[in-house]
Design a protein around this ligand. Structure first.
Ligand code: GTP
Ligand code: MG
Length: 470
């Protein structure tokens, strides 16, 4: 990101499309001066003298040249937020106009003609970080809050925004810095007969930090599931009711359902919230041998979806005996998380006794749920099973810090490895230098999480995920 802090930046901060209001945001040293060029307050006051954090009614003028009196583009509410009490900690002006794309585009272009530059993705939040308003985990939490799909992931994002994770990281990092200071002092004064820190005390500090890091790493897998969700594919031979199940879970007529086997040809995808977990649910073409080239392509896509999904709902029709295609599918991908779902339970069961026994025993080696996509019977049970297959039953996002990003997880693992090395050196009574090297590596790894240690490369990668205007 090339953005320099001296530039004044602007962007449309609300989503594209028609809306009641839309906001153009300006931030930087010259924000008020730039906005003054196109904002004419109804009260006749100058924007420079208005109260901070107060809305004023104004006309927005599109002035092509400096002396042009301008043509009104829209009427708006304008708010000035003076540094450092703003999102970016810089002077910020927000123009709340009507939410049409053309209006917003015109206002934004007028702002740019007055000397602001279009913001890069995430640049407002990046400035909040560079100006010390947010640390990196909090900046990431802004994005997670915006993108949260379930109440659980929103709760984690909000806790992170309030600094729960950073506080825990900072506490561990401070402890390690203190230990490092003792270790280094001991290296410097190695000739003298003073002990700066007892090996037991050093070991205790290292072990405590190792345990705390391990708890966070342990939360990461669950945390990421809550933030990102998982992909689940409904698979089965034609006509077992895959599309009916998708529709039933979605409570809408999303997919075409007919009695003709081979109805679904493409992979359909919908995101839904199942017991607090975001699930990307795929409905696939029924898997069977076919000479129809269109259906063949559909089956190929089903197999890809099956291989990529993290959870498989293997659907069979309980109102007819299982056939070879069913048994074949039941035997595939046994390494994955799978649920066998027996559908059409509203009809008399016609499974062979051996198949019925096999399924009742939970075969082959995965839980079985009996449902009727038509009546909705068993769907609650299915939702419960899906959640327990994905999240640990005891996992509830609460007060404790939870790691939700691979970036944090990777840095924690590096810190853990380094501290394990340090603990080993202490135990082997190696010279303090060995311990110090590993301690420094762990301190840096933890610092990368909050941004206490950061490089342009890390920052670029983080803020690229944002969209313009955030
Ligand atoms: N009685 C009963 N019929 C069902 C149930 N679920 C689906 N059906 C019927 O079974 C037929 C096939 O349903 P679909 O949902 O299209 O099946 P599919 O697995 O998506 O089929 P393909 O897309 O061809 O692979 C339709 O006539 C549905 O009405 C159920 O729970 N009970
Ligand atoms: Mg279908």
């Amino acid at each position: 990101m090339s953005g320099q802090l001296e530039d004044t930046i602007c962007a449309i901060a609300t989503p594209v499309g028609d809306g009641g209001i839309g906001i153009v945001r300006i931030s930087g040293e010259k924000a008020i001066e730039v906005a003054s060029g196109l904002v004419r307050l109804r009260s006749g006051r100058s924007l420079v003298s208005v109260k901070s954090h107060t809305l004023y009614q104004a006309d927005i003028l599109d002035t092509a040249a400096a002396r042009d009196t301008g043509r009104a583009v829209d009427e708006a509410l304008v708010v000035v937020m003076r540094s450092p009490h703003s999102y970016t900690a810089e002077d910020v002006v927000e123009i709340h106009c009507h939410g049409g794309p053309l209006v917003l585009q015109t206002v934004c272009e007028a702002v740019m003609r007055r000397g602001a530059r279009l913001a890069e993705p995430g640049e407002f939040t990046k400035r909040a970080f560079l100006n010390g308003r947010l640390d990196l985990t909090q900046a990431e939490a802004v994005l997670d809050t915006i993108c949260a799909k379930t109440a659980g992931s929103l709760r984690i994002a909000q806790a992170q925004l309030r600094g729960t994770l950073s506080k825990e990281i900072d506490r561990m990092r401070d402890r390690l810095i203190r230990l490092l200071a003792h270790v280094e002092a001991a290296i410097d004064f190695t000739e003298e007969d003073i002990t700066f820190i007892q090996p037991q005390e050093l070991t205790a500090g290292l072990q405590q930090t190792l345990a705390e890091i391990a708890r966070l790493v342990d939360s990461a897998q669950q945390g990421r599931i809550l933030r990102e969700g998982v992909t689940a594919a409904i698979i089965g031979r034609p006509n077992v009711g895959k599309s009916s199940l998708l529709n039933a879970l979605l409570k809408s007529d999303r997919a075409i359902v007919t009695p003709v086997p081979g109805t679904t040809r493409d992979v359909l995808e919908e995101v839904l919230n199942i017991r607090g977990v975001p699930i990307r649910l795929l409905d696939t073409a029924g898997v069977r041998h076919t000479d129809d080239p269109v259906e063949q392509e559909g089956v190929r896509r089903s197999r890809t979806a099956m291989a990529d999904a993290e959870l498989l709902l293997v659907l069979v029709d309980g109102s007819v005996p299982l056939n070879e295609e069913d048994r074949d599918l039941l035997a595939q991908h046994t390494e994955k998380k799978r649920l066998v779902v027996v559908n059409k339970n509203d009809l008399p069961r016609r499974l062979d006794p051996t198949d019925q026994a096999l399924l009742e025993r939970g075969a082959p080696a995965c839980p079985v749920v009996w449902i009727s996509a038509m009546t909705g019977a068993g769907l609650d049970d299915l939702r419960d099973r899906i959640r327990t297959m994905i999240l640990r039953p005891d996992f509830e996002p609460g007060e404790a810090a939870v790691v939700t990003r691979l970036r944090h997880q990777a840095a924690l693992v590096r810190a853990h490895d380094a501290l394990t090395g340090a603990a080993g050196s202490v135990e082997a009574r190696l010279s303090g230098e060995f311990v110090a090297v590993d301690l420094r590596a762990a301190i840096d790894a933890l610092g990368e999480i909050t941004g206490a240690v950061s490089t342009d490369d890390i920052l670029d990668r983080i803020f690229r995920e944002f969209c313009i205007g955030k």
